[in-house]
Design a protein around this ligand. Structure first.
Ligand code: NAD
Length: 409
């Protein structure tokens, strides 16, 4: 983008942010990208391309298994989450919620579910009376997470909700309040907390395996296809917030927090929203963030929807470095631990167990009241930081942060 264009764009974003912030009754903006203004609604979508269904249904669940309704039958639900139930402990798929009846029937048949365990977005509230369903797993576009989590709590069910928890801190607070009011669990689908390499990385940092941590660099980037916000929810502000940060860069933000074990004390950030590119009419193409931590460690986080793909993390300390690439992927994450004069490849386990481990943990929380490792409060904390990142980028200022992730006034 040329400098003049960028200056005009930035001024426009600042005006938009300021207008949204002062308008009475308007929710705080989730990000500084512009919105088409439409309220998001749940609606059925076709069967995702390239996804196959199991050839035989699972065995009958144990009597005390937690029955989970899958809300939203998209790519992540069908390709990653639903197959993982086969190796999860203490839970099973009990119902489906979809706006596409034909797709839902096809999926139900593959998973051995009766047709009366299929709900749609209109009759979802009836799930309250369905004793087969203890909990729901919300795997809808992110702008729908808050409303559907609230509906699930109103129906008396526990909730596992995909990341990002929601698109504004206000939405996250509503979700936590609904969980408390219903007396039901709320967990966020932060799968890396159940992935062997990331768990090992957390342990290495706790043990000071690379000395005092100085620098974390993360890159979560890929190039999205030529689509418009109407064609692809990930490009639509009402459904996706600012775009790559909420979707993919969140893994880098999370890693910075769980590797340092600290909350940042300040943030400075830069966003890019190119002109004349239909993909970025409503969302940002790139977000670059620098976080400073009280210990003196710094995290530099890059995320993009318009760059050659990368999923990588480096943690550099006074006496060594940890290099992971891919770092936060579904499968095949790698770890290289370096110190002066040595370099060791670590193989703590196959990454793909993370999906089943996450489901098992949720089941343990519901059945045995185990403390949730990735609760709603963690999702809220991260969304607050995302808001601070956008505020820093929109104002062009480095912002001091409170320990809860809000911007210090
Ligand atoms: P997707 O587009 O493949 O599926 C979304 C599904 O939601 C659709 O198939 C449809 O069934 C339903 N839906 C309801 N209303 C919709 C609407 N208005 N527009 C589009 N779809 C609508 O998306 P996905 O990749 O499965 O992502 C769903 C959620 O899962 C998102 O919150 C995303 O952030 C999260 N996700 C998490 C991971 C992870 O690794 N934890 C990976 C991918 C996606």
């Amino acid at each position: 983008m040329r400098f003049a264009e960028h200056t005009i764009r930035r001024r426009r974003l600042l005006q938009w942010s300021a207008a949204a912030a002062v308008a009475p009754g308007l929710a705080a903006p989730a990000c500084a990208a512009e919105s088409s203004g439409a309220s998001p609604v749940a609606e059925g979508q076709p069967f995702p391309r390239g996804v196959s269904l199991p050839s035989s249904p699972p065995p009958a669940p144990d009597a005390d298994s937690v029955g989970i309704a899958i809300v939203g039958l998209g790519g992540y639900a069908l390709a990653q989450i639903m197959p993982a139930f086969a190796s999860a402990r203490g839970c099973h798929i009990a119902a489906l919620v979809s706006g596409n009846e034909e797709k839902a029937k096809r999926v139900a048949a593959a998973y051995g579910l009766e047709e009366d365990s299929i709900y749609n977005y209109e009759n979802f509230d009836d799930i309250a009376a369905d004793d087969r369903v203890d909990a729901v797993y919300i795997i809808l576009p992110s702008g729908l997470h808050a409303d559907w989590t609230e509906k699930a709590f109103a129906a008396g069910k526990h909730v596992l909700c995909e990341k990002p928890m929601a698109l504004s801190a206000g939405e996250c607070e509503r979700m936590i309040a609904a969980s408390t009011k219903a007396g039901r669990k709320l967990m966020i689908g932060y799968r890396c907390h159940f992935e062997p390499c990331n768990l090992r990385a957390m342990a290495l940092m706790r043990d000071s395996a690379i000395g005092d941590l100085r620098l974390i660099r993360t890159a979560h980037q890929y190039r999205t296809g030529m689509a418009t916000p109407a064609e692809n929810w990930r490009l639509n502000r009402a459904l996706a917030g600012g775009g790559p940060l909420e979707d993919y860069g969140l893994y880098g933000l999370q890693a910075a927090l769980y590797l340092t074990g600290e909350m940042p004390s300040s943030v400075s950030a830069y966003t890019l929203q190119p002109e004349n590119d239909a993909r970025f009419r409503e969302i940002f193409a790139h977000v670059s963030t620098q976080l400073q931590f009280p210990s003196g460690a710094v995290a530099q986080l890059a995320t993009s929807y318009d760059s050659f793909g990368v999923n990588a993390l480096t943690a550099r300390g006074a006496s060594g470095a940890l290099v992971m690439e891919p770092a936060t992927s579904y499968r095949g994450n790698t770890m290289l631990l370096q110190s002066y004069g040595s370099s060791e490849t670590l193989t703590p386990g196959e990454s793909s167990v993370q999906f089943a481990e996450q489901l098992s943990h949720f089941a343990d929380a519901v059945r045995e009241d185990v403390v949730i490792k990735t609760p709603g409060e963690m999702g809220l904390r991260d969304v607050r930081l995302i808001e601070a990142i956008y505020q820093s980028a929109a104002t062009g200022r480095k912002l001091a942060l409170n320990p809860d992730g809000t911007v210090a006034s």
